[in-house]
Design a protein around this ligand. Structure first.
Ligand code: UTP
Ligand code: MN
Length: 586
């Protein structure tokens, strides 16, 4: 199932909201926008759709490789769904997944498609984004300048040649050279005081103690760092010979947060329409060398440990991630740290593997020695997260003694509790039970793990399914529903309210209200469920579910009043009510 955001708990939700911040675009606008675009048009502009029936269109799925068309787009639901890989969503989701935009970008693109302007709630926000744009613009111009300088420096060209970097690859990654001198950038780009300040803000200048500025990067090979859309947000600079620091990076700036950006991601996205897997390496040169040798799916963190933000960014493009580390002890420690970071984000469909290189090698040196095929062979045989997990923990405990096993189980359980509940967590606990040869674990499993069996849809579930698939049914509900004590009832109630308060509604529009909420995933699932009820029977089936729900509500009320009556606590009014309810029931 390819679902890009599966939020399992509050901290993930907060993280998600931070990542997906709508940049204060009013909610009502998003709803209006969705009701004004036709998802069929939008998708057809990108992948040609074939008409299946008056309301349904088909194509080969753009999100996984296939020969027969299992990607369907519903005009009435304003929703797409792939029967092959499970990708699904409304028009916004399509832009998030296919055009790989962020949420605010998707809204902008959709508004452009519909020919309307996006209102922003705060002016400061817009002002902010234009400052960011200015900073990116100046960095892009400086990168061009560095590229020109590279063409003129024999030393720099020789250095790159010696390292085996081809001309086209240097161009692809916009490699450049910062010449020697303390004021090159300062004088060319900082002609006025505000411009100087801007360069400082962008991390290109350093302030002198005695006042004034000087260039941060001097006599270094320059690696521009692109954001997802190709704007330059920072640089890394490598010293030509030996010296300290080997790499000098831009500091954190308003447009550059190391814990979020990945070097090479822009080039990887450009080179591949679909990304099956991504290899995470350590260095600039590693990304570039792999790319040159045809492994166009490697990215690097920028001299920092992998963060949850990095992972969430990668999960937008692939569910298969391979961490690549040195084979030495330091590499193993770094890998273990990366493993712990990934645990809370590991949804069932995600596959994480670890690849350890021979000592003394990095991907750059290794691919030049072995070539693409051998390197890909290493990727194929990378160890899975679960074997690395158990390997590492077993190495820390003596599994032959009872004490050792208990310690092992305790440690592992603590870590596994970090996993979101699901099949993967369950499998890991089962594996742990085997390894620890103990039964105590299942008692420690979180309660969600006792997985519920799939049941025939209850009345409430069926009512929700029908309603999310055909929101117009809400108008069959003429009198207010009595409250029912059932899990899911609050959701059903809210669904009805949302539909009733929303003039132009389709499945796709309604689901938008649940974008940032954990029930959204469930609703999307129900929106796709085949209920097998013929179109002609849907309305009466829906009315039937309402009847059954009302009966259930009555029964609950009667039971409640009767138990009160048994204690002699019924008021006159309640007695009357009970009498009526029993009468109605007949
Ligand atoms: P390495 O020291 O492994 O260098 O640092 P490398 O990538 O193999 O570089 P070459 O092949 O010697 O040119 C790995 C990564 O750590 C960060 C950089 O991102 C680098 O690519 N790093 C390293 C720094 O930020 N600063 C440093 O001084 C060193
Ligand atoms: Mn190296």
């Amino acid at each position: 199932m390819q679902n890009h955001f599966d939020i399992k708990n509050d901290s993930q939700l907060t993280l998600y909201n931070t990542i997906m911040s709508t940049g204060s675009i009013p909610r009502e606008f998003i709803q209006r926008l969705l009701s004004q675009v036709d998802i069929v048009d939008l998708i057809d502009g990108r992948i040609p759709l074939r008409k299946k029936s008056s309301n349904n269109y088909f194509a080969c799925c753009p999100f996984h490789a296939e020969k027969s068309a299992s990607f369907s787009v519903s005009h009435t639901k304003q929703f797409y769904y792939c029967f092959g890989c499970g990708a699904h969503g409304n028009a916004i989701d399509f832009l998030l997944q296919f055009d790989r935009l962020s949420f605010p970008e998707a809204i902008d693109a959709l508004a452009k498609h519909a020919g309307i302007d996006v209102p922003r709630e705060t002016i400061s926000n817009t002002a902010h984004s234009s400052i960011d744009t200015q900073l990116c613009d100046v960095l892009t111009r400086i990168a061009k300048y560095y590229q020109t300088e590279l063409r003129q420096s024999k030393t720099a060209i020789d250095y790159l040649k010696n390292r085996g970097i081809s001309g086209p690859i240097a161009k692809e990654f916009c490699l450049g050279f910062a010449p020697s001198g303390w004021e090159n950038v300062l004088q060319q780009f900082g002609t006025t005081l505000p411009l100087k300040h801007q360069l400082y803000e962008a991390g290109m200048l350093i302030k002198k103690d005695e006042g004034g500025y000087y260039d941060r990067f001097r006599e270094r090979i320059m690696f521009p760092i692109h954001e997802r859309r190709g704007r330059i947000i920072a640089f890394g600079g490598r010293i030509l010979d030996k010296g300290d620091p080997k790499y000098l990076n831009s500091p954190e700036t308003p447009i550059f947060q190391k814990g979020r950006e990945l070097y090479g991601l822009y080039q990887v996205l450009n080179a591949n329409r679909q990304i099956e897997r991504i290899v995470l390496v350590e260095g600039y040169m590693d990304v570039i060398a792999l790319f040159q040798y045809g492994i166009t799916y490697a990215v690097a963190t920028l001299g920092t440990a992998t963060t949850a933000h990095h992972l969430h960014r990668l999960f937008r493009y692939t569910t298969d991630i391979i961490f690549c580390f040195d084979g030495d002890a330091a590499g193993r420690t770094a890998a273990w740290r990366a493993l712990l970071t990934t645990l809370p984000s590991l949804r069932d469909e995600i596959q994480i593997r670890f690849m350890f290189l021979p000592e003394g090698e990095d991907p750059d040196s290794l691919i030049r020695k072995e070539g693409k095929d051998a390197f890909e062979q290493r990727i194929q045989t990378a160890v899975t997260l679960s074997s690395f997990f158990f390997q590492t923990l077993s190495a820390q405990a003596d599994l032959t003694s009872v004490d050792g096993r208990a310690r092992f189980v305790k440690l592992a359980t603590e870590h596994l509790n970090q996993l979101p509940p699901g099949i993967f967590q369950q499998m890991m606990f089962e594996e742990l039970a085997k390894k620890g040869r103990t039964e105590i674990i299942s008692a420690q499993m979180p309660p969600q793990m006792k997985l519920q069996k799939a049941r025939a849809p209850s009345s409430l579930r069926l009512a929700i399914i029908l309603l999310i698939q055909q929101p117009q049914l809400a108008h069959c509900i003429t009198e207010p529903l009595p409250p029912i004590d059932l899990p899911g009832f609050a959701l059903f109630f809210e669904l009805i309210e949302t539909i009733k308060n929303n003039a132009a509604y389709t499945t796709g529009t309604i689901l938008e209200y649940w974008r940032d909420r954990k029930e959204g995933k469930l609703l999307a699932k129900l929106a796709l469920l085949e209920h097998m009820i013929p179109a002609s029977g849907i309305e009466s089936e829906f009315l039937g579910t309402l009847q059954r729900l009302k009966k259930l509500a009555n029964k609950q009320q009667i039971d409640q009043l009767l138990s009160k009556a048994a204690k002699g606590e019924l008021s006159q009014e309640e007695k009357y009510r009970l009498h009526q309810l029993i009468h109605d029931k007949k």
